[in-house]
Write a new protein. Structure first.
Length: 270
């Protein structure tokens, strides 16, 4: 490890990392925190993303492969006391590994090209746990990109990063994108834009999902505003067969994304 163990939460290095829990400092430094072995491992897999790694002695021994990978990549590794890790971490029970990472998002034109077949758009999504879960689901479903509009939560929010379980580092992510411009670009790229909303006239069962598709998912409490619904090619609702009033955002997104992925894969199978 680089130097002696960090034991003072007021040390300049610890304070510089700690301030990245606030969005204003993340935006200024263009850096964020990735906490836990899964997130750190995936961050290290992208060359040039990880700036430095903090680890407790116990976590360093338990995850020696991650520490070794950091050293091979030339990433400074700092030992941290339990008190310092508790101060840096944003979880009740820290896992002992935390990395400072550079921003990984890309421009919309780079993330979504004419070859894209499945894209998730988060519009007015405010809960970071839901947003991170949708990002993870989109990754699992084989989506080409995830777009966070300018009215949605910061994908570098600590809870969002943790909920993505490393998927933030797997596929192109766009941030702070204007919704209208995003929809226009998606259509120009050849994607059909579907808004997932309980007010949809047609259900998921009634829609042909074999072609390139972008799904727009809205706010957890009140869905999508009328002006965004009007931008979509069609508004589609997830059918409810039982007595539940609705599905939460992350679950509805999973159903829609996997329905598209399954339909597209079936269409490609001879």
């Amino acid at each position: 490890m680089a130097g002696s163990e960090l034991t003072n939460i007021k040390s300049p290095r610890v304070k510089a990392a700690k301030r990245l829990t606030k969005r204003a400092f993340r935006d200024r430094d263009r850096a964020f925190l990735a906490e836990g072995p899964q997130a750190v491992r995936e961050a290290l897999a992208l060359p040039g993303v990880t700036v430095e790694l903090f680890t407790t002695a116990e976590a360093g021994a338990r995850h020696a492969d991650i520490v070794a990978a950091a050293r091979v990549a030339g990433v400074p590794v700092y030992g941290a006391s339990g008190e310092v890790m508790a101060d840096l971490a944003q979880t009740v029970t820290p896992q002992g590994l935390l990395a400072v990472c550079r921003f990984v998002h890309v421009p919309l034109a780079e993330a979504v090209t004419g070859g894209a077949s499945l894209v998730a758009v988060l519009a007015h999504v405010r809960d970071p746990g839901n947003a991170g879960t949708v990002l993870r689901t989109a990754d699992a479903a084989g989506a080409d990109a995830v777009v966070f509009t300018d009215a949605s939560v910061d994908p570098y929010n600590g809870k969002c990063v943790r909920a993505s379980a490393g998927s933030l580092f797997h596929l192109p992510v766009v941030t702070s994108a204007p919704t209208a411009g995003t929809v226009s670009h998606l259509k120009e790229a050849g994607l059909r834009v579907l808004a997932a909303d309980g007010a949809g006239d047609r259900t998921l069962d009634d829609v042909d999902l074999t072609g390139p598709t972008a799904w727009i998912f809205g706010n957890e409490a009140w869905g999508l505003p009328e002006e965004i619904l009007a931008l979509a090619d069609e508004v589609v609702r997830v059918p409810i067969y039982g007595r539940a009033e609705s599905l939460n955002l992350a679950t509805a997104a999973a159903v829609c994304l996997y329905a598209s992925a399954r339909a597209q894969r079936s269409a490609r199978t001879p």
